[in-house]
Design a protein around this ligand. Sequence first.
Ligand code: FES
Length: 397
Amino acid sequence: MSKIKVEGFFQDIGGAGRVTKLRREKHKDASDIPNPKDPIRELADRLHPGEIELRVADIRNASPTAKTFRFEPVDGHLPVFQPGQYASFRLNIGNSVLTRPYSISSAPYEARGEHPYFEITVRCNRPYFVPSWLFENVKVGDVLKGSLPFGNFYYEPLRDTKNLVALAGGSGIAPFHSMAKEIAYGKMKGCNLTVLYGSMKSDDIILQQELKIIEKDCPDVKVVHVLSDDEAWNGEKGFLSGNLIRKYSGEDSTYFFCGPLPMAQLMEKELQSLGVPKRRFRCDVLNNPANVTALPGYPKEHEGKTYKITVRRGIEADTITASSSESVAVALERAEIPVDTHCRNGECGYCRGQLLTGEIFVSPIGDGRRQMDKEMGWFHPCASWPLSDLEIKIPIL
Ligand code: FES
């Protein structure tokens, strides 16, 4: 290979001329037939594939109401992920294509072995439509489409302290199970993890046996169950509170929360009252949100209303109906209009549309829009609810 000699600052100003000369010489002997192979692109595609085919390898109970689904990549390769990140599934249900995010409950090292896989743990808490569909329809051997990893809910050594306290509710235990497994495997060097896991009854505890085994084998992982509605329980009772958090926290801890919105709001308050700085609190709210009227600032007079949405895609226009209690993304999916989503809480910026006329309520939790986006009427359908008839423009998929 020809080398370009750097001859000093002033001599090198003419460097471009020398490069051009060398390029011309190389082109003289080059083939006329273009070579579409690009090894760098091939490597990048392999490390960060867009959508992957995922075969269901196993389904097992994680509690009386939750199941763990194991997925193996059909092409044998899984991208690298961090404990706490999520996978996004594209599901063909009826005539609709729905995308749903699920936290990965297995550890990253399990995706790097000879037979790579990852797992999600889902609770079937009706009336949620997609978990019920997964429970009733997905079988071992089925192939689903998905992509991963997404999300910034993970331990970052440059930002977080080594004492990690996980505050979990319901299926919010999934990302912490992934972290606990990774620590027990010897990764996340120097970290210790205390999991405070709130449930109603002992039957509601998800991944209970798995957590017990990790805790027994790894002195750096401690799990404290807190039950609110179980008289026979011998451990901590009541709800996760500032007192319990103080009791089980190490010096200068970093707090991670994953669970439903009302619990997130309570945890934020409790941590504030303990004097925990905002930068030490990371929050991942599940099911954005089951009840929009619970979000701070929601104008309650819109509860129970139905509106019309005119949806423009290119030159096409459809008019659909939408309940004020469903996000614009859910209304589109229900009307079988494709909308691509990942996080479904307004954070990732993946779904977007333009509001041409009408009024929407935007979730104040995770509103990732910039000022300019707001001024130009851009919004995220996954985290916006109609407050009037709307006219919107969305990309054609
Ligand atoms: S899916 Fe992430 S912003 Fe809508």
